[in-house]
Design a protein around this ligand. Structure first.
Ligand code: NAD
Length: 247
């Protein structure tokens, strides 16, 4: 389709799945990640429609430089997918939780998307583009010892509607909240398959795949979603709709 998408956290897991899906739909995809070594390799493997740019999304100077590189290379930007995160939801128990851990999680998961939006907004507006933030069902429900991650994803939902109002009508901004997605590589999955119980507990009968997330992201970036902005879309196989009574 000749359009350019910037995907953060794109060299593995869900971000890689989104990137591959967009490439298959004809997008030129810029993979942004802090993991520069893997980035170059992954972009090469994805072919001529993939291009890698290294950045720590929590550092404004790196975001500004990375976005400038993208514009220098392609001259346009049509879509932004903020997927990079400290993706491990666990933090130490509250009494031992260091402020540095909290600040790092908030810095990558919440400040990162703000910085990307800030530095991409003029280009997205110029092409009536779209933005998707990858949040989590953990914005709504928790396990013990996940304060920083849950707060970062809850904050991201607020940031999503704030940006939708500030950047509209030219730019649509939505959030996708995955539930349990098995984002491991095929070999990792083969080595340690998930138990049947983990699949069956989902109303949809299985744990999710990166493609489940990617398909929705691609739709939200497309003109078919032209009347959809400021929203959250949950992709969790129905888990957040299920009541559990043990007796
Ligand atoms: P992952 O850890 O496999 O991949 C995250 C990527 O982000 C990595 O490539 C990493 O290098 C990159 N990254 C980390 N910090 C960065 C930084 N400061 N700057 C730039 N890049 C950075 O994670 P995943 O499981 O694929 O998750 C992707 C997204 O989906 C995350 O936002 C995560 O919170 C969300 N999510 C995942 C699940 C799941 O079950 N896997 C569920 C809900 C939400």
């Amino acid at each position: 389709n000749g359009k350019v998408a910037l995907v953060t956290g794109a060299v593995r897991g869900i971000g890689l799945g989104i990137s591959a899906w967009l490439i298959a739909e004809g997008w030129q995809v810029v993979l942004a990640d802090i993991d520069r070594k893997r980035g170059a390799k992954v972009a090469r493997a994805l072919g001529s429609s993939a291009w890698f740019v290294g950045m720590d999304v929590a550092q404004e100077s790196q975001v500004a430089m990375g976005v400038a590189e993208v514009l220098g290379q392609f001259g346009r930007l049509d879509a932004l997918v903020c997927n990079a995160a400290v993706a491990d939801p666990r933090n130490p128990p509250l009494a031992e939780l260091k402020l540095s851990h909290w600040n790092q999680v908030l810095g990558v998961n919440l400040t990162g998307p703000l910085l990307l939006a800030k530095h991409c907004s003029a280009y997205l507006q110029a092409h009536r583009g779209a933005m998707v933030n990858i949040a989590s069902t953990r914005a709504h429900q928790s396990e013990p010892n996940s304060e920083a991650y849950a707060a970062s994803k809850g904050g991201l939902l607020g940031l999503t509607h704030a940006l939708a109002i500030s950047l509209g009508p030219d730019v649509r901004v939505n959030a996708v909240s995955p539930g349990w997605i098995d984002a491991r590589s095929p070999s990792e999955r083969q080595q340690a398959p998930l138990s049947a119980q983990n699949h069956v507990q989902h109303p949809a009968g299985r744990v999710g795949s990166v493609e489940d997330v990617a398909a929705l992201v691609a739709w939200l970036l497309s003109d078919r979603a032209g009347f959809v902005t400021g929203q959250e879309f949950i992709v969790d196989g129905g888990m957040t709709r299920k009541m559990i009574y043990l007796d």
